[in-house]
Write a protein that binds this ligand. Structure first.
Ligand SMILES: Cc1cc2nc3c(=O)[nH]c(=O)nc-3n(C[C@H](O)[C@H](O)[C@H](O)COP(=O)(O)OP(=O)(O)OC[C@H]3O[C@@H](n4cnc5c(N)ncnc54)[C@H](O)[C@@H]3O)c2cc1C
Length: 232
Protein backbone atom coordinates (compact mmCIF):
# COMPACT_ATOMS: atom_id res chain seq x y z
CA UNK A 1 0.00 0.00 0.00
CA UNK A 2 1.25 3.47 -0.88
CA UNK A 3 1.07 5.84 2.09
CA UNK A 4 2.51 8.82 0.21
CA UNK A 5 0.24 11.71 -0.69
CA UNK A 6 -0.81 11.94 -4.32
CA UNK A 7 -0.29 15.19 -6.25
CA UNK A 8 -3.74 16.54 -5.47
CA UNK A 9 -3.37 16.06 -1.72
CA UNK A 10 0.19 17.36 -1.73
CA UNK A 11 -1.04 20.50 -3.51
CA UNK A 12 -3.71 21.10 -0.85
CA UNK A 13 -1.05 20.95 1.86
CA UNK A 14 1.46 23.10 -0.05
CA UNK A 15 -1.12 25.81 -0.77
CA UNK A 16 -2.04 26.13 2.92
CA UNK A 17 1.60 26.05 4.03
CA UNK A 18 2.68 28.65 1.46
CA UNK A 19 -0.14 31.01 2.43
CA UNK A 20 0.58 30.54 6.11
CA UNK A 21 4.32 31.17 5.83
CA UNK A 22 3.80 34.24 3.67
CA UNK A 23 0.79 35.85 5.38
CA UNK A 24 0.53 34.47 8.93
CA UNK A 25 4.07 33.75 10.09
CA UNK A 26 5.25 37.39 9.87
CA UNK A 27 2.45 38.46 12.25
CA UNK A 28 2.21 35.27 14.33
CA UNK A 29 3.31 36.99 17.52
CA UNK A 30 0.88 39.88 17.06
CA UNK A 31 -1.97 37.43 16.40
CA UNK A 32 -1.52 36.24 19.99
CA UNK A 33 -2.84 39.52 21.37
CA UNK A 34 -4.51 41.58 18.62
CA UNK A 35 -8.21 40.64 18.11
CA UNK A 36 -8.70 43.01 15.16
CA UNK A 37 -5.73 41.60 13.26
CA UNK A 38 -6.93 38.09 14.04
CA UNK A 39 -10.38 38.86 12.60
CA UNK A 40 -8.82 40.42 9.50
CA UNK A 41 -6.70 37.31 8.98
CA UNK A 42 -9.73 35.04 9.39
CA UNK A 43 -11.40 37.06 6.63
CA UNK A 44 -8.28 36.77 4.51
CA UNK A 45 -8.25 33.00 5.01
CA UNK A 46 -11.86 32.91 3.80
CA UNK A 47 -10.83 34.88 0.70
CA UNK A 48 -8.08 32.33 0.07
CA UNK A 49 -10.67 29.54 0.12
CA UNK A 50 -9.87 27.94 3.47
CA UNK A 51 -13.47 28.08 4.76
CA UNK A 52 -16.30 25.63 4.18
CA UNK A 53 -13.89 22.73 3.80
CA UNK A 54 -16.20 19.97 5.04
CA UNK A 55 -19.41 21.53 3.75
CA UNK A 56 -20.74 19.71 0.66
CA UNK A 57 -20.11 21.42 -2.68
CA UNK A 58 -23.84 21.70 -3.42
CA UNK A 59 -24.18 23.79 -0.24
CA UNK A 60 -21.39 26.17 -1.20
CA UNK A 61 -18.50 24.36 0.47
CA UNK A 62 -15.43 22.52 -0.74
CA UNK A 63 -16.68 19.00 -0.01
CA UNK A 64 -13.31 17.93 1.43
CA UNK A 65 -12.86 14.64 3.25
CA UNK A 66 -11.07 14.42 6.62
CA UNK A 67 -7.64 13.82 5.10
CA UNK A 68 -7.96 16.86 2.86
CA UNK A 69 -9.13 19.01 5.79
CA UNK A 70 -6.27 17.78 7.99
CA UNK A 71 -3.76 18.71 5.30
CA UNK A 72 -5.09 22.28 5.24
CA UNK A 73 -4.84 22.57 9.04
CA UNK A 74 -1.35 21.08 9.06
CA UNK A 75 -0.23 23.45 6.32
CA UNK A 76 -1.67 26.49 8.10
CA UNK A 77 -0.02 25.50 11.37
CA UNK A 78 3.39 26.07 9.78
CA UNK A 79 2.82 29.82 10.10
CA UNK A 80 0.39 30.10 13.01
CA UNK A 81 -0.93 27.43 15.34
CA UNK A 82 -3.71 29.65 16.64
CA UNK A 83 -5.08 30.41 13.15
CA UNK A 84 -4.99 26.76 12.22
CA UNK A 85 -6.89 25.94 15.43
CA UNK A 86 -9.50 28.65 14.85
CA UNK A 87 -10.13 27.63 11.27
CA UNK A 88 -10.46 24.00 12.30
CA UNK A 89 -12.96 24.96 15.00
CA UNK A 90 -15.02 27.00 12.54
CA UNK A 91 -15.02 24.31 9.91
CA UNK A 92 -16.01 21.60 12.37
CA UNK A 93 -18.93 23.58 13.77
CA UNK A 94 -20.09 24.62 10.31
CA UNK A 95 -19.89 21.06 9.11
CA UNK A 96 -22.05 19.99 12.07
CA UNK A 97 -24.77 22.37 10.95
CA UNK A 98 -24.48 21.47 7.27
CA UNK A 99 -24.07 17.73 7.29
CA UNK A 100 -24.35 15.89 10.57
CA UNK A 101 -28.04 16.05 11.23
CA UNK A 102 -30.97 14.61 9.40
CA UNK A 103 -34.17 16.60 9.07
CA UNK A 104 -32.49 19.88 9.99
CA UNK A 105 -34.76 22.91 9.75
CA UNK A 106 -34.80 24.60 6.33
CA UNK A 107 -34.40 28.05 7.90
CA UNK A 108 -31.16 26.97 9.57
CA UNK A 109 -29.80 25.48 6.35
CA UNK A 110 -30.20 28.91 4.73
CA UNK A 111 -27.24 30.19 6.78
CA UNK A 112 -24.89 27.49 5.46
CA UNK A 113 -23.64 29.42 2.38
CA UNK A 114 -22.62 32.29 4.69
CA UNK A 115 -20.75 29.80 6.87
CA UNK A 116 -19.06 28.27 3.85
CA UNK A 117 -17.69 31.61 2.65
CA UNK A 118 -16.77 32.93 6.10
CA UNK A 119 -19.32 35.75 6.17
CA UNK A 120 -20.75 34.41 9.41
CA UNK A 121 -19.01 33.01 12.48
CA UNK A 122 -20.09 30.11 14.67
CA UNK A 123 -19.18 28.77 18.10
CA UNK A 124 -19.68 25.55 20.02
CA UNK A 125 -20.88 25.87 23.62
CA UNK A 126 -20.59 22.83 25.87
CA UNK A 127 -18.19 23.68 28.72
CA UNK A 128 -19.40 25.18 32.00
CA UNK A 129 -17.43 26.32 35.04
CA UNK A 130 -18.02 22.97 36.75
CA UNK A 131 -18.19 20.70 33.70
CA UNK A 132 -15.18 20.40 31.42
CA UNK A 133 -14.04 16.86 30.67
CA UNK A 134 -17.25 15.54 32.20
CA UNK A 135 -20.21 16.82 30.15
CA UNK A 136 -22.61 14.77 32.29
CA UNK A 137 -22.11 17.45 34.97
CA UNK A 138 -23.77 20.02 32.69
CA UNK A 139 -26.29 22.20 34.51
CA UNK A 140 -27.64 24.39 31.70
CA UNK A 141 -30.93 23.09 30.38
CA UNK A 142 -33.73 23.77 27.93
CA UNK A 143 -37.39 23.14 28.66
CA UNK A 144 -39.68 22.39 25.75
CA UNK A 145 -42.65 24.74 26.02
CA UNK A 146 -45.08 24.16 23.14
CA UNK A 147 -43.24 25.12 19.96
CA UNK A 148 -40.20 26.64 21.66
CA UNK A 149 -37.25 25.73 23.87
CA UNK A 150 -36.54 27.97 26.86
CA UNK A 151 -32.81 27.86 27.68
CA UNK A 152 -31.46 28.60 31.14
CA UNK A 153 -27.88 28.46 32.38
CA UNK A 154 -24.30 29.61 31.88
CA UNK A 155 -21.47 28.39 29.65
CA UNK A 156 -17.78 29.15 30.07
CA UNK A 157 -14.57 29.03 28.03
CA UNK A 158 -16.40 29.40 24.72
CA UNK A 159 -14.20 30.40 21.79
CA UNK A 160 -15.77 33.27 19.81
CA UNK A 161 -18.41 33.84 22.53
CA UNK A 162 -18.30 37.54 21.72
CA UNK A 163 -17.93 37.34 17.94
CA UNK A 164 -20.06 34.41 16.83
CA UNK A 165 -23.25 34.95 14.86
CA UNK A 166 -24.57 31.50 15.75
CA UNK A 167 -24.00 29.03 18.59
CA UNK A 168 -24.34 25.26 18.69
CA UNK A 169 -25.32 24.91 22.34
CA UNK A 170 -25.27 21.71 24.39
CA UNK A 171 -27.82 21.64 27.21
CA UNK A 172 -29.80 19.12 29.21
CA UNK A 173 -33.15 18.18 27.74
CA UNK A 174 -35.08 19.52 30.76
CA UNK A 175 -33.86 20.60 34.19
CA UNK A 176 -33.88 17.10 35.68
CA UNK A 177 -33.00 15.20 32.51
CA UNK A 178 -29.74 13.32 31.99
CA UNK A 179 -30.06 13.50 28.20
CA UNK A 180 -28.23 16.23 26.29
CA UNK A 181 -29.46 18.04 23.21
CA UNK A 182 -27.82 20.48 20.83
CA UNK A 183 -29.67 23.67 19.92
CA UNK A 184 -28.92 26.25 17.24
CA UNK A 185 -29.01 29.71 18.85
CA UNK A 186 -28.48 32.94 16.87
CA UNK A 187 -26.35 35.41 18.83
CA UNK A 188 -29.03 38.11 18.72
CA UNK A 189 -31.61 35.92 20.47
CA UNK A 190 -33.21 37.72 23.42
CA UNK A 191 -31.99 36.35 26.73
CA UNK A 192 -28.48 35.50 25.47
CA UNK A 193 -25.43 37.59 26.33
CA UNK A 194 -21.71 37.01 26.41
CA UNK A 195 -19.75 37.32 29.63
CA UNK A 196 -16.15 38.31 30.31
CA UNK A 197 -13.12 37.16 28.32
CA UNK A 198 -10.85 34.61 30.01
CA UNK A 199 -7.24 35.79 30.02
CA UNK A 200 -4.93 32.96 29.03
CA UNK A 201 -1.19 32.31 28.83
CA UNK A 202 -1.38 32.22 25.02
CA UNK A 203 -3.86 32.94 22.23
CA UNK A 204 -5.38 36.09 23.68
CA UNK A 205 -6.14 37.44 20.20
CA UNK A 206 -9.25 35.26 20.24
CA UNK A 207 -12.13 35.85 22.63
CA UNK A 208 -12.76 32.88 24.92
CA UNK A 209 -15.40 33.56 27.51
CA UNK A 210 -18.79 32.89 29.01
CA UNK A 211 -22.37 32.91 27.77
CA UNK A 212 -25.48 33.51 29.85
CA UNK A 213 -28.87 32.13 28.83
CA UNK A 214 -31.69 33.72 30.79
CA UNK A 215 -35.03 32.45 29.50
CA UNK A 216 -33.50 32.45 26.03
CA UNK A 217 -36.20 31.25 23.64
CA UNK A 218 -35.57 29.47 20.34
CA UNK A 219 -38.03 27.61 18.08
CA UNK A 220 -38.37 23.87 18.62
CA UNK A 221 -37.15 23.53 15.02
CA UNK A 222 -33.71 24.76 16.18
CA UNK A 223 -33.01 21.34 17.65
CA UNK A 224 -29.82 20.20 15.87
CA UNK A 225 -29.49 16.92 17.70
CA UNK A 226 -31.43 14.99 20.33
CA UNK A 227 -28.48 12.65 20.77
CA UNK A 228 -26.36 15.11 22.70
CA UNK A 229 -23.80 12.92 24.45
CA UNK A 230 -22.84 11.46 21.09
CA UNK A 231 -22.20 14.97 19.76
CA UNK A 232 -20.28 16.04 22.90
C1 LIG B 1 -8.46 28.22 24.88
C2 LIG B 1 -9.66 27.38 25.18
C3 LIG B 1 -10.74 27.40 24.30
C4 LIG B 1 -11.86 26.63 24.58
N1 LIG B 1 -12.94 26.68 23.71
C5 LIG B 1 -14.06 25.99 24.01
C6 LIG B 1 -15.21 26.07 23.16
O1 LIG B 1 -15.21 26.75 22.13
N2 LIG B 1 -16.34 25.40 23.53
C7 LIG B 1 -16.40 24.63 24.67
O2 LIG B 1 -17.45 24.05 24.93
N3 LIG B 1 -15.32 24.53 25.49
C8 LIG B 1 -14.16 25.18 25.19
N4 LIG B 1 -13.06 25.09 26.02
C9 LIG B 1 -13.15 24.28 27.20
C10 LIG B 1 -12.43 22.95 27.06
O3 LIG B 1 -13.17 22.11 26.22
C11 LIG B 1 -12.24 22.40 28.46
O4 LIG B 1 -11.19 23.15 29.02
C12 LIG B 1 -11.93 20.94 28.47
O5 LIG B 1 -13.10 20.21 28.20
C13 LIG B 1 -11.35 20.51 29.81
O6 LIG B 1 -12.19 20.90 30.84
P1 LIG B 1 -11.59 21.63 32.15
O7 LIG B 1 -10.66 22.71 31.70
O8 LIG B 1 -12.74 22.00 33.03
O9 LIG B 1 -10.71 20.54 32.82
P2 LIG B 1 -11.16 19.46 33.89
O10 LIG B 1 -12.37 18.72 33.40
O11 LIG B 1 -11.27 20.12 35.23
O12 LIG B 1 -9.91 18.51 33.86
C14 LIG B 1 -8.65 18.95 34.41
C15 LIG B 1 -7.65 17.83 34.30
O13 LIG B 1 -8.13 16.69 35.03
C16 LIG B 1 -8.18 15.55 34.19
N5 LIG B 1 -9.38 14.77 34.52
C17 LIG B 1 -10.65 15.20 34.53
N6 LIG B 1 -11.49 14.23 34.90
C18 LIG B 1 -10.73 13.14 35.13
C19 LIG B 1 -11.02 11.80 35.54
N7 LIG B 1 -12.26 11.39 35.79
N8 LIG B 1 -9.99 10.95 35.66
C20 LIG B 1 -8.70 11.34 35.42
N9 LIG B 1 -8.37 12.60 35.03
C21 LIG B 1 -9.37 13.48 34.89
C22 LIG B 1 -8.25 16.08 32.76
O14 LIG B 1 -7.71 15.18 31.81
C23 LIG B 1 -7.42 17.34 32.86
O15 LIG B 1 -6.05 17.07 32.70
C24 LIG B 1 -11.91 25.84 25.75
C25 LIG B 1 -10.82 25.82 26.62
C26 LIG B 1 -9.71 26.58 26.34
C27 LIG B 1 -8.55 26.55 27.31
Amino acid sequence: MNFLLDKEHQAIFEKAKAYSLECLAPVALELESNPELLKAKMKEMAEHGFYGLGIPKEMGGKGYNYLQMSLVYEGLAHGSGIMSFLLQLQNNINMEIATFYEGIDEEILKVVPDLANGNKTTAFALTESASGCDPSATEAYAELDGDVYRIQGTKDWITNAKDADYFNVMVKDGKDSKNMIMLFVPADTKGLRYLENRERMIGNGMFVGGLEFDNCVVPKANLLSADGFKEA
